[in-house]
Design a protein around this ligand. Sequence first.
Ligand code: ZN
Ligand code: ZN
Length: 337
Amino acid sequence: MIKESIKKKYTCPHCFTKFTKQQALFRCQSIPEICDYEDDAIYTHHHPVSTIEKQGRLIESQSQDFLKKFNEADGQKCDLCAHVTEQRACPTCHHNLDKGFFQTHYIHVGVIGAMTSQLSHFVVMAKQSFSENLAHNLGLIIHPSSDKSLEIKFERLEKSRSPLNKFSPTMDYFSFVFHGVDGDSNKDDFNLYDAFLYFLPIPTLPLKYNAFEALMKLVHESTTSKKRTVSKPFAIAYHSFEKLASLLPDSNTLLRQTNYVGGYNAKDNLQISGEMMAYTGAWYGANTLHFIKRHLPNHQFFTFSLTYPNDQIASNGAGWKVADALVWLLYQNKIVK
Ligand SMILES: [Zn+2]
Ligand SMILES: [Zn+2]
């Protein structure tokens, strides 16, 4: 096993603070009859909307013993009840870290233009698409613990065959964590994210408003680079493909499911992107295309539907091209080839 660097930093999926494995706290898992639960003002402050569960006692992990056994140390003895716990927590916001947290490569996706309910719905449908054939075709499986509403976690299917040179071999899991970026919260700093998804509808003509104007403003306010460019992968996804479908000739690429047998399908995706870019130009004009090209250099266009082709949200179906943008993000992160 290759040793991880003791200085390696991990990012809290809740508050985005960076910390080393050693800095992560332990949380005693004993029941309150054995080890008293304590009021945790820091946890309450950082989790104002969650149903606050009683939390076990937090223990620092700074013993020499821990340092010596850095790579093996997965547990810590509670200083009050002496039970050993493996539960870790963020040192800043006290958020409990998932089992396997230190073996997971997280892709934090800033989602622009979606209400929370729409976003959860999208994530459910995307998980369905992946768990049918898609993940398997890409050499991944959906991790069984992937039951959180705004997270999709994958495990590598065949570890030896995977093109993962970029990552530490200790990384066995990959996880998308979705965060709503609404232009009105402390999570709007674009530097926090590894990738972006911009959701917008197929417009009804004549145009009543320009869906890119709000995006332009947000990009201007949320990037710190001088030229206001976002160099991270930026997926622009039209989410109501059913409105466009009836206008297309039968032979159109958008009416074919994208084939991912053997990996990412660059050819089909570029064709789809080109088509949606042409529509974007026709709907929103050359200035919008110019803005996208200049400020979002690593962009790609997508279109999907949660209801097409059956005109309803199928209980067993997975919509239309719902996961395409996420496959592109996996490809951009060199997780699939
Ligand atoms: Zn305890
Ligand atoms: Zn945190």
